[in-house]
Design a protein. Structure first.
Length: 232
C-alpha cells in the first residue's frame, strides 16, 4: 500500500509539473485521473491535500509564483473532485440507506402486527373449531339418546297394545261365557214354559216375565261387549 501511495505521489508531482509548464494548453484530465486513482486507493481529501503540499514543496512553489500557485490550486481542486463526489454519493447512499432502514422498520412493525393479528385469528379459529366439535359431540349424544328413547317408547307402546289386546281377549271370553250362560238359562226357561203352558196359566205368566228379564240382561251384555270392543 505504501508503494502505491509513493507511486501516486510521484505521478501527482509529474502531472502538476506538466500542467504548470504547459499552461492552458494542457487540460485537467490528468488531475481527474489522479483523483480517481486516489479514490481507488481509499484516500481521503486530507491525504490528497498532503500529497499536493508535498508536490508544491518538491516543485518549490511554496513561496512566490502566485500565478503558478493559483493554477496549482485549480489542479488540486480538480484532483479532489472524484473524492468529493464519492463522499457526496456516500452521503446520498447513507441517507437512502437510512430511509430504507426506516421503511424496513416500519414494514417490519406492520408485518409483526399482521403476524399477531394472524395468530389471534388462528387462536379464534381453533376455539371455534373446538366449540363446533364439542357441539357436534353433544348433538350426537342427544341424537343417540333420542333414538334410544324412541326405541324404548316403541317397545313400551308394543307392550301396552299387547296388554290391551290381552285384556280385550279376557273381557271377551268373560262376556261370551256370561252371554252363553244367559242364553242357556233362556233356553231352560223356554222348555219350562212349554211344560207349564199345559198345566198352569198363572205360572206361565211368571215364567214369561222372568224369561223377558233374562233377555234384557243378555241384550245389556251384548251392548257392553260392543262398547268394550269399540274402545281404542
Amino acid at each position: 500500500m505504501k508503494q502505491k501511495l509513493n507511486a501516486l505521489s510521484q505521478q501527482y508531482v509529474m502531472a502538476l509539473r506538466r500542467h504548470l509548464e504547459q499552461g492552458s494548453r494542457v487540460g485537467l484530465q490528468p488531475a481527474m485521473g489522479l483523483g480517481r486513482r486516489a479514490v481507488a486507493l481509499g484516500l481521503e481529501t486530507l491525504e490528497l491535500a498532503r500529497m499536493h503540499e508535498h508536490a508544491l514543496v518538491t516543485l518549490e512553489l511554496a513561496k512566490g509564483k502566485d500565478g503558478q500557485i493559483k493554477r496549482a490550486e485549480i489542479f488540486f481542486a480538480e484532483a479532489i473532485t472524484p473524492i468529493v463526489e464519492t463522499h457526496r454519493a456516500a452521503r446520498a447512499s447513507k441517507i437512502e440507506l437510512r430511509r430504507l432502514n426506516l421503511s424496513l422498520n416500519r414494514r417490519t412493525g406492520e408485518l409483526a402486527a399482521s403476524h399477531q393479528q394472524l395468530k389471534r385469528g388462528v387462536v379464534r379459529r381453533k376455539s371455534v373449531e373446538a366449540a363446533l366439535k364439542k357441539s357436534g359431540q353433544h348433538y350426537t349424544k342427544l341424537l343417540k339418546d333420542s333414538l334410544h328413547l324412541q326405541e324404548g317408547l316403541r317397545q313400551l307402546t308394543h307392550q301396552v297394545l299387547a296388554a290391551q289386546e290381552e285384556e280385550r281377549k279376557k273381557i271377551s271370553k268373560e262376556l261370551q261365557d256370561d252371554i252363553a250362560q244367559t242364553l242357556l238359562g233362556i233356553n231352560v226357561r223356554l222348555l219350562s214354559l212349554k211344560q207349564e203352558a199345559k198345566l198352569n196359566t198363572k205360572g206361565l205368566k211368571n215364567e214369561i216375565a222372568s224369561t223377558q228379564r233374562l233377555v234384557v240382561k243378555s241384550a245389556r251384555s251384548v251392548r257392553r261387549v260392543a262398547r268394550e270392543f269399540r274402545k281404542p
